[in-house]
Design a binder for this molecule. Sequence first.
Ligand code: BES
Ligand code: MN
Ligand code: ZN
Length: 481
Amino acid sequence: MVLIGATGGAVENVSAELLAVGLYKGEAPEGLGDAASEVVSSGDFAGKLGDTSLLYGQEQAPRLLLVGLGERESFDLERLRRASATAARRARALKLREAALALPQEAEARETARAAAEGAILGLYRFDRHKSGAESHELETFWLVSGEHDLEQAIEGTDVGQKVASGAVLARDLANEPSNVATPAYLAEKAREVCQRHGMQVTVLDRAGLQEEGLTGLSTVGRSASNEPRFIVLEHRKGGDAAPIVLVGKAVTFDSGGISIKPSSGLEDMKFDMSGGAAVLGAMEALGALDLALNVVALVPATENLPGGDAYKPGDVLKLHSGKTVEIVTTDAEGRLILADALSYARRYEPAAVIDCATLTGACHVALGDHASGLMGNDEGLISEVRAAGEAAGERAWHLPLFEEYTEQIKGDVADIKNSGGRYGGALTAGAFLKEFADYPWAHLDIAGTAYGKKDNAYTPKGATGVPTRLLVEFLLGRAS
Ligand code: BES
Ligand code: MN
Ligand code: ZN
């Protein structure tokens, strides 16, 4: 991972192979030399978000990179993350070892440094460990330049930004791994590593353990898989006797649909069906690095969903961990079964709040596109808090309703409930299903549309995005302060 440094003072005192400076739309640069003035006055560089212009022979640095920030009035930390990623990527493409970015003065240095650090690290992210001829050049250090007086703040922000980003990087790495690597046992191993690094407790239940605990949803979905299911529990206990926050992440390492098998087109993307679990592990990594004074428990039900002679079938009735019975309409609605078990398992912690995240429904992707996760829950205060955390993190979540009628839609014919409410309102009937198992303040994030992408964005290469790792960390930071 690129090292992020902070330095204070005038930009002309920074010696870097490349100095990036943000410019707002329609504004003339000040003190950056004649070429910078000309490239703007000529209209060649308009300062639009994402625009860049690379200038040589300036006195500030051997290379001066102007990076558009868009309209000054619209400036926010998300724009800075993107601009920072653009600068860092350009420096790497030029095969430089070091580059610097002048932090804009429009917000507190602690916040700008944090955002710029996140943007650079996440923008430089590549998943190439399976490529033999992988591009090997890495940018070694990315300097963030603050004013002399707020260097202390910039250093703090840089540190937080690196720790938050390290969590998102772990989440991306886990989610990008193919299902033949990222098996439930592999995720358990990675969870152990997180716990070892940060002094957390870890418990891993295997097939026998699941049966003993009565985690029937998870053991049933995982019954036909030769890569055995795991139930992974991580505990960060740094909050005295305060009620814990519980994070739950769906980790279906490959979702074929099971007996209700999915069409083959795009099926390879179902390796990403463990993105919720990956994000929860990523959030625990960041939490441990930040060493927040909180009690946080992470629950990751991990399994494959495959057809087989021993597979569960449509029409089957299961008695889940909570004691409720479920009629299986489709074996492709497996996520809610394993989450239901985790949600009722969470009761033993008498949690202050529970947030689950899951690539749960194609319907949520249809409803919100790629740009927001679906947010549901049973507590208005918690929902607002999660929504605000997503906004601050640049990982948006949008509140969707859980009207009683959605619960009506999943009433069972021969059991208490059924695992599908049909096509209409698919994200909401899935949410209504989970609601049956949450008797504490609870929020649910459907990340089917946001956890991975088909195209490269400013600081998110195609593939796993790490969403909602940074949202979860932001939420925890809020609870810790
Ligand atoms: N993992 C899928 C949801 C999904 C679909 C995530 C596409 C990302 C992209 C989930 O297990 C599933 O199959 N959901 C079904 C539910 C339905 C059968 C009630 C769906 O969305 O079609
Ligand atoms: Mn499915
Ligand atoms: Zn699934």
